[in-house]
Design a protein around this ligand. Structure first.
Ligand SMILES: Nc1ncnc2c1ncn2[C@@H]1O[C@H](COP(=O)(O)OP(=O)(O)OP(=O)(O)O)[C@@H](O)[C@H]1O
Ligand code: SF4
Ligand SMILES: [Mg+2]
Length: 314
């Protein structure tokens, strides 16, 4: 396979909360993003998904580990790595028209100069997200949620990034338009070779849109691999619970699903010993409480960290 565009290698993020204590939001996470491929990051609320995306976006530095962008960072990092947030309502300045919002980014990054060039390129950006040119004249409040998110994506594209980090980019949108936006992202990935990180609560839907799925639990990656292999042959008990409680896989839904059934998520200031999932795991054994489970490989890049699959008990 080609080189990753962007990779996080063994990154951790600890947020200090006083008296020497810290929220260990992300621990020893590794993820690699490749051109023209999508990696989905799934896990319940508070599992560290946004924190990992922000580390990848250099929004904050990791406490440990390394972020590597291929080809170096010659141009500004933000030009190459763009974050798309969950809320398209909060993401657009309400006082400007769409044309201004897009044009400003083109000018700042030196991709277009002069009125005619800006007009032409802003219209082209709208075409790429399936919006008509007339939308250049509209204000954000005149757009639906799905239309706004298309504008947000167009604005990210205006920078001409190599990597798009989507932090639950469709979860606030009406179910009926989620698929449209995901198909749009898939097309941009295929046509422009964008590397995409897709954060979602919806593991079943992630399968249709992603090449790989990584599952996070309480700040740690617990399972990862090819999307089909994860959804058809999940090994980790947490992944299995996520899948079992996922809504109809033919629907792109986005509820927080199993959170309620699983009970309270663990503290990240004082996380459970051994396997962090042990207090909630239906398959927990004695060893799970005491020792951190090792990583096991299941072929074709599918791996998990769980004592059930450890070769020997040490
Ligand atoms: N700036 C911060 N300071 C302290 N704690 C933080 C900070 N940002 C996040 N956290 C904590 O880190 C943990 C992980 O948060 P994060 O936002 O990454 O989760 P998430 O998986 O994105 O959740 P959700 O699905 O709800 O968006 C949470 O316990 C959160 O409270
Ligand atoms: S290591 Fe033990 S507690 Fe953790 S997921 Fe596996 S069986 Fe469950
Ligand atoms: Mg989040």
């Amino acid at each position: 396979m080609t080189e990753p565009v962007l990779e996080a290698v063994g990154v951790s993020k600890h947020f200090p909360v006083g008296r020497g204590r810290a929220v260990r939001a992300v621990e020893d996470a590794t993820v690699r993003l490749y051109p023209g491929r999508t990696v989905a990051l799934v896990g319940e609320s508070g599992s560290g998904k946004t924190t990992l995306a922000r580390i990848l976006a250099r929004y904050y530095p990791p406490t440990q580990g390394e972020i590597r962008l291929s080809g170096g960072e010659g141009h500004s990092y933000r030009r190459q790595v763009q974050l798309v947030y969950q809320d398209p309502f909060a993401s657009l300045n309400p006082v400007h028209r769409v044309g201004y919002i897009l044009g400003r980014v083109l000018r700042i990054h030196g991709h277009a100069r002069g009125r005619a060039e800006v007009r032409e390129q802003t219209a082209e950006l709208l075409r790429r997200v399936n919006l008509p040119e007339e939308f250049l004249e509209k204000f954000p409040h005149e757009l639906s949620g799905g239309q706004r998110q298309r504008v947000v994506i167009a604005r990210a594209l205006a920078v001409r990034p190599r990597v798009l980090l989507g932090d639950e980019p469709v979860s606030m949108l009406d179910v009926s338009i989620r698929l449209d936006i995901l198909n749009l992202l898939a097309r941009l990935r295929d046509e422009q070779g964008l590397a995409i990180l897709y954060i979602t609560h919806d593991i079943a839907g992630a399968r249709y849109f992603s090449d790989e799925i990584h599952v996070m639990y309480a700040g740690q990656m617990v399972e990862g691999g090819p999307a089909d292999s994860i959804t058809e042959g999940a090994r980790h008990p947490y992944t299995r619970l996520l899948l079992a409680s996922a809504p109809d896989p033919d629907r792109v839904a986005n509820g927080s699903g199993p959170d309620e059934e699983l009970g309270e998520p663990p503290s990240l200031i004082d996380p459970p010993t051994g396997c962090r999932f042990h207090p909630r795991c239906p398959a927990a054994m004695d060893v799970c409480r005491d020792k951190v489970p090792p990583r096991s490989e299941h072929g074709e890049g599918h791996w998990t960290t769980c004592w059930l699959y450890a070769k020997d008990d040490e």
